[in-house]
Design a protein around this ligand. Structure first.
Ligand code: FAD
Ligand code: NAD
Length: 467
């Protein structure tokens, strides 16, 4: 990487942590010729999370929903260095990031600007047994694990007598968390059972039970009441067992212990034997995020053990005296912005523009030190003044979509503050599909996903356990 800009000003080091929605959005829009750009992530690809719930059942292939970070970096105008490593620590005073590579060797990187976009980890709320026994649905290996467990259980159950309680347990698939991840995955799973497994395993698949467990009185709390009712009706029709007001308290290798709140307010405890458990109860802070929040003395704030507090106007991390750490996406805590791809993507686009501006200001400041001419100085200062007048970040919510099963979807759409529309049904499913294709997939991925959908509709989903 060249050390200087064309005017001779030294290039600043821009370190981007992550390769998800936020980080990739910054990388695509930042002027990489103006910085020494380094990307650090343990995952050398971007993952299109909105189609992850479709992956364990094979509706779409895992390869179709990822994009190698090298191919994204190659399309940047300037050079981008990539380290397959995880950030383990940030020193906001020395302005260094410690990273640990796949070979377990640690090294420090200096930054002038740091983009903190490491996302979140699944939240288990410290419930005993969840980490040890449940599968999650956040990353590619999670989807592979869920698929393996589902198909292994079906094969094992197929060899047991019909009245064997172990067979019943193996075929009890439980999803915990009635947010959009849990709802979409339960819907995909029931489709897999109804549309494919009943053909390949006619005697076994009829006994598969898909349950969705939610602690609150409703699923999908971010959607309007009409759409929540619609989803519950689709679940009732497709025989997904919806257990509301049921909070999981403990998990062991075969049984979930839950507390159920009855209509009269009494609480009883129930044990639910399960074969496969998929845990989708939202986000928790990654270790590196919490470590930084502690250093910046942010953990005294409510919920600050779950993410970084930011100035929501300019996306700077609060408590960082050098004003050089920005955080976007799921690793932040925000009162205004939900932890969605939509938010992370827009924050990334905004931050890229802000960084491009900062680079111009830094370069002008350097020019200021190189001249003695008063008129030239005044000219530079007025340019700096103009560039310093950044517009704050404004989030443009375009709505929420979710797949609810049997070729039906729901949509809560909005255009700015002035128009809102709720849609549901088969037409909305076509809209959901077109939104998926338009949302952030590369041309290659769009073609692959469209082809996967076509293959699924013609040949059905593959039921072999060959990952
Ligand atoms: P991520 O996209 O998770 O990226 C984080 C990146 O940081 C990853 O590359 C990770 O490998 C990397 N990383 C992790 N640890 C470190 C470390 N220590 N150092 C460096 N890098 C690190 N949102 C929507 O708006 N619409 C949807 O339909 C939708 N569907 C979803 C479906 C599922 C199954 C899930 C799990 C989420 C869905 N979301 C959806 C939410 C959306 O995916 C997240 O809000 C979004 O991914 C947040 O972007 P991010 O960049 O903050 O984090
Ligand atoms: P979430 O936070 O939206 O929902 C988690 C659910 O789990 C909550 O309803 C909560 O009440 C429930 N829960 C928590 N503890 C429980 C327990 N012990 N027992 C039973 N239920 C429990 O989580 P998510 O679905 O993983 O979504 C995370 C983020 O990603 C959200 O911001 C969501 O909007 C976004 N997302 C969006 C889409 C979409 O737009 N289609 C899809 C997936 C995720």
């Amino acid at each position: 990487q060249s050390a200087a800009l064309p005017n001779g000003a030294p290039k600043k080091n821009l370190v981007i942590l992550g390769s998800g929605w936020g980080a990739v959005s910054v990388l695509k829009d930042v002027d990489t010729t103006q910085f020494n750009v380094v990307v650090v992530s343990p995952r050398n690809y971007f993952l299109f999370t909105p189609l992850l719930p479709s992956a364990p059942t094979g509706t779409v292939s895992l390869k179709s929903i990822v994009e190698p970070i090298r191919s994204i970096a190659r399309r940047c105008a300037g050079e981008v260095l990539y380290f397959e490593a995880e950030a383990t620590d940030v020193d906001p005073v020395k302005k260094t990031v410690t990273i640990k590579g796949t070979n377990a060797v640690s090294q420090d990187l200096n930054y002038d600007y740091l983009v903190f976009a490491v996302g979140a980890k699944p939240n288990t709320f410290g419930i005993p047994g969840v980490y040890e026994n449940a599968c999650f649905l956040k990353e590619i290996p999670d989807a592979e694990q869920v698929r393996n467990r589902l198909l292994n259980n079906i094969e094992k159950a197929a060899n047991l007598p019909k009245d064997d309680p172990e067979r019943k347990r193996l075929l009890n698939f439980v999803v915990v968390g009635g947010g959009p991840t849990g709802v979409e995955f339960a819907a995909e799973l029931q489709d897999f059972v109804d549309q494919d497994l009943k053909k390949w395993y006619p005697k076994t698949a009829v006994d598969i039970k898909v349950s969705l467990v939610e602690a609150m009185p409703n699923i999908l709390n971010m959607f309007n009441k009409k759409l929540i009712q619609y989803t519950q009706d689709v679940f009732a029709e497709t025989k997904i067992d919806l257990k509301l007001q049921t909070a999981v308290k403990k998990v062991d290798s075969k049984v979930i212990t839950a507390q159920i709140k009855e209509a009269d307010g009494t609480v009883r405890t129930e044990e639910i034997p399960y074969g496969v458990l998929v845990w989708a109860t939202g986000n928790g802070g990654r270790d590196v995020t919490i470590k930084l929040a502690n250093k910046l003395d942010l953990t005294k704030q409510t919920f600050a053990n779950r993410g970084l507090l930011i100035d929501e106007q300019y996306l700077k991390v609060l408590g960082d005296a050098s004003d050089s750490i920005f955080a976007i996406g799921d690793c932040t805590l925000s009162r205004k912005f939900p932890p969605t791809a939509q938010v992370a993507h827009q924050e990334g686009e905004y931050l890229a523009t802000l960084l491009n501006n900062l680079s111009k200001i830094d370069s002008l400041k350097w020019e200021l030190t190189q001249t003695e001419n008063a008129e030239a100085k005044a000219n530079i200062l007025s340019k700096i003044d103009r560039l310093s007048n950044f517009q704050p970040f404004v989030y443009n919510h375009q709505g929420a979509l979710a797949y609810v099963g049997s070729d039906r979807a729901i949509a809560d759409l909005s255009w700015g503050n002035w128009s809102k529309m709720s849609l549901s049904g088969s037409f909305t499913f076509l809209f959901w599909k077109s939104a998926m294709l338009n949302m952030g997939l590369s041309f290659r991925s769009r073609c692959l996903v469209a082809l996967d959908w076509f293959k699924t509709s013609v040949f059905g989903r593959d039921a072999s356990n060959n990952n």
